[in-house]
Design a protein around this ligand. Structure first.
Ligand SMILES: Cc1cc2nc3c(=O)[nH]c(=O)nc-3n(C[C@H](O)[C@H](O)[C@H](O)COP(=O)(O)OP(=O)(O)OC[C@H]3O[C@@H](n4cnc5c(N)ncnc54)[C@H](O)[C@@H]3O)c2cc1C
Length: 511
C-alpha cells in the first residue's frame, strides 16, 4: 500500500455528474483527483437531453460549441402508430419555448451522454484535474480528521489518498451513500425497461422526415435518434415483456428485433443490435446530501424516471452549486458554513424535480399535462434557492431578480448575453456604468468580486426595458451575482455589498 499525493477534493465516479464536478472544480482552481472503476467513460447511451441551464453551464466552461458539434438540435417528440405511419402529434421541445421567449443565450440540445462525457473529461484535464479510470474507491476511516479514500487499481495496487473534501458521484448504487448509512426515500416504479442501441437504414420509414424521438403505439415502444445525421444510430426503449426475464442475450436481441420491426413499421428490417441494457427505476431522494466533509451529488442522491430528461441535468446542477462553495472554502474566502447551503438550496429543487419526473412517467405520451405539471423550462431556469415555502420555482419569463434566482439573460448589442459578463470563479457586481458602487469597486478592486458595468449602448435596443426591470436597481448599485450565476443580493450602497458578502442569511458569517 502506498500513500498518494493528498489533494483538496477527491471525486468518486467519472460519470456525467462526477466529470461535470471535476471540470467545475478545476475551473475554480481546486486540486482535484477523480477516479472511476470503469476503463473509460460511458458506453451505453442514456441521457440525451441537455437542458438549457446545463448548456449555459457548459458555455461558461468553454465547451458549448463542442457539445453542439457532438449532438444536434432538439426536434421534440412525435406520437404515431409506427415510424412509417403518418405522425399524429408533435410535442414541441423545451428549446423552442426558451428560444421564443429570449430566456437564454443558448438552447437545450440533444447530445448523447457517451459523447458528452469525453468532452467534459478533456476539459477537466485541460483545466488541471487528474482523472484515473480502472480505479475503485473505498471510503475508509478518516486520518487526522480528514476524509480518506483507498484506491484499488486494476493490478491490485492500493493507494490511500487524503483530501479535504470527498464528492460521491458514484451513481444510483452509491457505496459511499450506503457506507455513510444514508437512506433513500421514495417509491419504486413498477416494471423493468429494456433498451437496444441499433443501426439500420430507417429512411424507408422516415421518407425525408426528421425525428428526435417518437412514441410508436403499435409496438408500445419509443424510438430515439442517437448520434448525429452523419453517424446515426437508433435506440429502442420498451418494457420487458413477461417471459423475457431469463432470456440469454441473443434470444433477447431476437425479441427486440421483432419490436424494432413493429415500431418502425418495416417488417423485413434487419437491424444490427450493438448493445442492450435492462433497467428499473423509481423516484427516490436521499435523506442527507452531506455528511461532514463528504458531499453526494447526482444519481447518488436522486433517482428518477427518465421522462422529461431531468436526471443527469439535475446532477450537473448539483455539481455546479457545490463546486464554487468548496473552492471558496479551499481558498480561505469562506468558512465551512457556506457548505451547509449546498443541501439547503438543492434539496427543494431535487425533491420537486423527482416529483415532476414521476408525474410525467404516469402520463400517456401526447396526453394533456396534469395541472400539477410544471414546465421543464421553469425547473431549468426558474429555480429559486432559499424561497420561503411554496414551490421553489418562478416563471423565468418574468424573472423576479430576487436573491436565490438565476441572474437573467439580457441580450447585448454584440449578440452576447449579460450571462456572458458574469465571472464563473468570482462574484460579479453587474449594473449600470453610472453606478456609484460599481465605480468604487473598480477603483478599489478586491479578489472576491469582479465588476460588469453596462451602459445603454452595450444593450440590444429591444432589451432596454428588460435590463431596467432587472439590473438597473436604483441606478446607484447593481446585482451581486455568485460564481454559479445565482443572485446573491441587490446592492444599492457599499455597505450593502459588505453586508451581502459577510452577512447574507443563507451564508451567515461564511465570508
Ligand atoms: C434511458 C435513460 C434515459 C435518460 N435520459 C436522460 C436525459 O435525456 N437527460 C438527463 O439529464 N438524464 C437522463 N437520464 C439520467 C442520466 O443518465 C443519469 O442521471 C446520469 O447518468 C447520472 O450520472 P451520475 O454521474 O450521477 O451517475 P452514473 O452515470 O451512474 O455514474 C456513476 C459512476 O461512478 C462510478 N463508480 C461507482 N462506484 C464507484 C467506486 N466505488 N469507485 C470508482 N468509481 C465508482 C461508476 O463506474 C460510474 O461511472 C437517463 C437515464 C436513462 C436510464
Amino acid at each position: 500500500m502506498t500513500t498518494g499525493d493528498d489533494v483538496e477534493v477527491i471525486v468518486v465516479g467519472a460519470g456525467l455528474t462526477g466529470l461535470a464536478a471535476t471540470a467545475f472544480l478545476a475551473q475554480q482552481g481546486v486540486r482535484v483527483l477523480t477516479v472511476d472503476q470503469h476503463p473509460g467513460t460511458s458506453v451505453h447511451p442514456k441521457a440525451r437531453l441537455v437542458n438549457v441551464r446545463s448548456m449555459e453551464l457548459y458555455r461558461a466552461l468553454g465547451v458549448e460549441s463542442e457539445v453542439r458539434a457532438a449532438g444536434e438540435p432538439n426536434r421534440g417528440f412525435q406520437v404515431a402508430g409506427t415510424l412509417a405511419a403518418d405522425w399524429e402529434q408533435w410535442i414541441a421541445p423545451p428549446a423552442d419555448e426558451s428560444d421564443a421567449a429570449g430566456l437564454s443565450p443558448t438552447v437545450a440540445y440533444s447530445c448523447d451522454q457517451q459523447r458528452l462525457e469525453p468532452i467534459l473529461l478533456r476539459r477537466a484535464r485541460e483545466l488541471g484535474a487528474t482523472v484515473r479510470f480502472d480505479t475503485t474507491a473505498v471510503l475508509t476511516e478518516p486520518i487526522d480528521g480528514q476524509p480518506t479514500v483507498t484506491l484499488h487499481g486494476k493490478g491490485g495496487e492500493e493507494t490511500v489518498v487524503r483530501a479535504r473534501f470527498v464528492i460521491a458521484a458514484d451513481g444510483a448504487r452509491s457505496t459511499i451513500r450506503t457506507r455513510l448509512g444514508i437512506a433513500l426515500r421514495g417509491e419504486k416504479v413498477e416494471g423493468e425497461s429494456v433498451s437496444a442501441v441499433f443501426r439500420a437504414d430507417l429512411e424507408p420509414a422516415l421518407r425525408g422526415r426528421q425525428v428526435n424521438a417518437i412514441m410508436c403505439r403499435d409496438a408500445a415502444a419509443f424510438l430515439f435518434a442517437r448520434g448525429t445525421e452523419n453517424d446515426r444510430s437508433w435506440q429502442l426503449g420498451t418494457y420487458l415483456r413477461p417471459g423475457w426475464e431469463a432470456l440469454a442475450p441473443d434470444a433477447l436481441s431476437d425479441q427486440l428485433t421483432e419490436i424494432i420491426r413493429a415500431a418502425t413499421g418495416l417488417p423485413d428490417l434487419r437491424p444490427v443490435i450493438e448493445d442492450t441494457a435492462r433497467w428499473t427505476t423509481g423516484a427516490y431522494v436521499a435523506d442527507r446530501f452531506t455528511v461532514g466533509p463528504v458531499f453526494l451529488i447526482g444519481d447518488a442522491i436522486h433517482i428518477m424516471p427518465p421522462y422529461g430528461g431531468f436526471g443527469g441535468n439535475t446532477g450537473v446542477q448539483d455539481a455546479h452549486n457545490l463546486a464554487w462553495k468548496i473552492a471558496a472554502v479551499c481558498r480561505g474566502d469562506a468558512t465551512d458554513a457556506l457548505l451547509d447551503t449546498y443541501e439547503s438550496e438543492r434539496r427543494p429543487i431535487v425533491e420537486l424535480t423527482v416529483e415532476q419526473a414521476l408525474l410525467r412517467s404516469r402520463k400517456t405520451p401526447g396526453q394533456a399535462p396534469p395541472p400539477a405539471q410544471i414546465d421543464a423550462i421553469g425547473i431549468a431556469l426558474g429555480f429559486h434557492y432559499g424561497r420561503d415555502g411554496g414551490v421553489p420555482v418562478e416563471n423565468p419569463v418574468n424573472p423576479s431578480g430576487e436573491p436565490g434566482t438565476r441572474a437573467p439573460h439580457v441580450l447585448l448589442a454584440d449578440g452576447r448575453s449579460t450571462i456572458d459578463l458574469l465571472d464563473p470563479v468570482r462574484f460579479t457586481l453587474i449594473g449600470p456604468h453610472t453606478s456609484r458602487v460599481l465605480r468604487e469597486l473598480a477603483e478599489h478592486p478586491t479578489d472576491l468580486v469582479a465588476t460588469a458595468a453596462v451602459d445603454a449602448s452595450v444593450l440590444d435596443s429591444s432589451q432596454r426595458k428588460r435590463w431596467d426591470g432587472i439590473y438597473e436597481t436604483n441606478g446607484t448599485g447593481g446585482l451581486l451575482v455568485r460564481p454559479d450565476g445565482v443572485i446573491q443580493a441587490r446592492i444599492e450602497t457599499s455597505s450593502d455589498l459588505h453586508d451581502a458578502l459577510a452577512m447574507d442569511q443563507s451564508v451567515q458569517g461564511a465570508f
